[in-house]
Design a protein around this ligand. Structure first.
Ligand code: PLP
Length: 379
């Protein structure tokens, strides 16, 4: 089955009780037992819920994996995955990382005795240098946020295999429409479903997909023990969003390309970060592992002044200034003061994240209107 067909049909089936074609919202916490322990596969909704099960199956199918688990947020997924580890274990992560992941690593799990190394992963030698016999996880996000660096997933999988570590890929920015990390050797692929997968900025949720049965069991045990599960209404909304994932992504990519080319040619723009440019340092890897280049773009203005960037952000009308990304509407953001404010200024600069950097999540509006908005804001 091709991707678009899967987006609409995979994992879901008509309701056996009524024939309802769309997955019902099973708004229930518990399930009747005919005799103690005798049930229809559902006991309590922290553990299993039929609306959630269909969403999990749909996400797993799109990622080309065996098992999916849905969570109350993307951060609940990160939390669950790191709980696979023990004090003394080490994680090697990209240094150009989602701010919330950086925060949970350094402020929640580092004090509990897990050690995190942050390295620029577009060069695997930096990763190999940090591998020790305590390395248990390698954490990849690609494209990275907000600098749109590309990490070679197959190369990272090889380093992980040699190290005896699990490879986790946060696939939030790409979605399985653009790349499927499990097929490239990842052990766990995770999502903030809040972004492109849900796609309509109306829900906060997360998910992970694995192939290994024992790994699924451990993660499901941790999830059920810790309780970061989503409600059925949110699962329904993401299921609805997934049905147009391929259509939305296609337009995000088309509009993303047009915006990147427009900004690149603009006399007031110093630099555009977008992996689709042939001169992007990791373009070849992007072209190898991705179907297209996505709708996330960052850029820096000539002069590199924070106040100029803020003036542009205040003038943008269609590119609404807001946290988050991946919705049908275009959004703009200032990573240094918004999404990445929890990363210390020195770390940000080391990662090459300038204080004047503007990040765009290019939506699926008509491109003429988007370019006009950018034109009036940049001047
Ligand atoms: C948003 C995001 C997260 C966290 O997800 P929430 O749903 O906001 O908890 C994790 N990783 C990436 C790349 C994200 O963009």
């Amino acid at each position: 089955m091709k991707f678009g067909t899967k987006a609409i049909h995979a994992g879901v089936h008509p309701d056996p009780a009524t024939g309802a074609i769309m997955t019902p919202i099973y708004q229930t916490s518990t399930y009747v037992q005919t005799s103690p322990g005798q049930n229809q596969g559902y006991e309590y909704s922290r553990t299993h819920n039929p609306t959630r099960s269909q969403l999990q199956d749909a996400v797993a199918a799109l990622e080309g994996g065996k098992h999916g688990l849905a969570f109350a947020s993307g951060m609940a997924v990160v939390d669950c995955i790191i709980k696979l580890l023990q004090p003394g274990d080490e994680v090697i992560s990209t240094n150009d990382l989602y701010g919330g992941s950086y925060r949970i690593f350094t402020k929640v799990f580092a004090p509990l005795g897990i050690k995190f190394h942050f390295v620029p992963m577009h060069d695997m030698t930096a990763v190999r240098e940090k591998v020790t016999d305590k390395t248990k996880l390698i954490w990849v996000e690609t494209p990275t946020n907000p600098l749109l660096n590309i990490i070679d997933i197959e190369a990272a999988a090889e380093v992980a295999r040699e190290a005896g570590a699990l490879l986790v890929v946060d696939n939030t920015f790409s979605t399985p429409y653009l790349q499927t990390p499990l097929a490239l050797g990842a052990d766990i692929v995770m999502h903030s479903l809040t972004k492109y997968m849900g796609g309509h900025s109306d829900v906060v949720m997360g998910a992970l997909v694995v192939n290994d049965d024992a790994l699924l069991q451990r993660l499901a045990f941790l999830q059920n023990s810790c309780g970061g599960t989503p409600g059925p209404q949110d699962c329904f909304l993401v299921l609805r969003g997934l049905k147009t994932l391929h259509l939305r992504m296609q337009r995000h990519c088309e509009n993303g390309r047009a915006v990147a080319e427009y900004l690149q040619a603009h006399p007031k723009v110093e630099k555009v970060f977008w992996p689709g440019f042939p001169e992007h340092p990791n373009h070849a890897v992007a072209a190898k592992q991705m179907r297209d280049f996505g709708g996330m773009i960052s850029f820096v203005l000539k002069g590199d002044k924070q106040e100029d960037a803020i003036a542009v952000l205040e003038k943008l009308k269609l590119f609404t200034l807001a946290e988050s990304l991946g919705g049908v509407e275009s959004l703009s953001g200032h990573p240094a003061t918004m999404t990445h404010a929890s990363i210390p200024a020195e770390e940000r600069r080391k990662a090459g994240l300038s204080d004047s950097l503007i990040r765009l999540s290019v939506g699926v509006e008509d491109i003429e209107d988007l370019l006009e908005d950018l034109g009036q804001a940049i001047g």
